[in-house]
Design a protein around this ligand. Sequence first.
Ligand code: LMR
Length: 334
Amino acid sequence: MRKFILAAASIAALTFVGPASAQSPIVLKFSHVVASDTPKGKAADKFKELAEKYTGGKVKVEVYPNSTLYKDKEELEALQLGAVQMLAPSNSKFGPIGIKEFEVFDLPYILPDLKALRKVTDGPLGAQLLKKLDSKGMTGLAYWDNGFKQMSANKKLVAPADYKGLKFRIQSSKVLEAQFRALGAIPQVMAFSDVYQALQTGVVDGQENTWSNIYTQKMHEVQKYATVTNHGYIGYVVVVNKKFWDGLPADIREQLSKAMKEATEFGNNQSAKENDDALEAIKKAGKTEIISLSPEQDEAMRKAMMPVYKDVASRVGQPLIDEFLKETGRSPMN
Ligand code: LMR
């Protein structure tokens, strides 16, 4: 795959046309791993529409959903090499490339709701985190929502003890690994596009994701139970290849920034509804029993996952976690 990315990168370098002319629009490839009919998919399509409109066609945005170009791990490498210009990987995916600070977003119960999330991402802490991306050859443009994660398996998951010994697919994240270990489960890193088949064939017993991802990947067809846990958050950082971005004519960069700002508002305003709608669709499909937790059961889950905080503090430092918690104004225990 690396060879393929390198070949694509050199073709991209040869075909990058610099300042736009009427005959040769600047091509911006936007790759992502989820379905078009998801919060990220819709925001990406909105960005394309607005970017092409505001630049008067001088920029052509090609959106590649559903891992058609790259799977999880390959995406960021392709961006750094210039084979693709724009991505929106989940926060989790920045830890493995050395930007550990993004691990904080993966902490269980760190974000009580989307309002608290916005306080982090729209404030100085959010800007400070985006700045860290520069050193990796990318520019962070925006934070896009998906929503809160839920647990699913072929076994009823109510108490922490129910997780014991089960294999769960995770994104490549030290935090998520620690989270499932804290529950006595066995985490298994796997690309998003492989999850459905792994659940279907029993390679893993369960997984965690948002309702929109569960529904659009048809995971509910191969999982008997899903529990409303809202235990973690999946959101994205829209990143662009820094060299490509800095090399754009200033007016084009401004028009693309405007398109990004509006696509972000559009996407983030409807992400919660999209996840609610996906939950309704899963219920309607009738293949998965949806389990709700009582306040006591919820508390037991929170308690079981608290050791993860210590683990993350040892890597990113307690001050960053404290700063995050100060912004959200809530303890992860309630
Ligand atoms: C996952 O790998 O589960 C998610 O990050 C996929 C996505 O982009 O929402």
